[in-house]
Ligand binder design. Structure first.
Ligand SMILES: [Zn+2]
Length: 117
């Protein structure tokens, strides 16, 4: 998958057709396209909310503020278990902290019922 830098090998021979030298040229993995992709990724990452990784226009909007009486959206959060991480904890015999809980956040229109999971 993806892109592989090109490799080119030049061979030099003496008068008796014996190879005397080989020189390999390897294209840089950081060509113009790859640099462009990485710069675009850096720009995108810098544009995200540092707290949640989401779109700041959405998660930092006053319309999502639970204390704003004119807000249109609210976020709900609940603890959910990551069963993969819990299995790893069981393997490590961590009796005090066997369940790997992580917050799950969902967005809903203000006034609508919380979703039941
Ligand atoms: Zn955020």
């Amino acid at each position: 998958m993806g892109w592989t830098p090109e490799r080119i090998t030049d061979y030099e021979y003496d008068d008796r057709d014996r190879m005397v030298r080989s020189t390999e040229y390897v294209e840089s993995a950081w060509n113009e396209d790859e640099r462009g992709w990485m710069l675009a990724l850096a720009d995108w990452e810098a544009s995200r909310c540092p707290s949640c990784g989401g779109d700041p226009d959405e998660c930092q909007s006053p319309t999502a503020d639970i204390n704003n009486p004119f807000g249109t959206w609210v976020y709900d959060a609940e603890w959910v278990e990551c069963h993969r991480a819990s299995a790893a904890r069981r393997l490590a015999h961590e009796p005090e902290d066997r369940r790997a809980l992580t917050p799950r956040v969902s967005r809903r229109r203000r006034g609508s019922a919380r979703s039941k999971r």
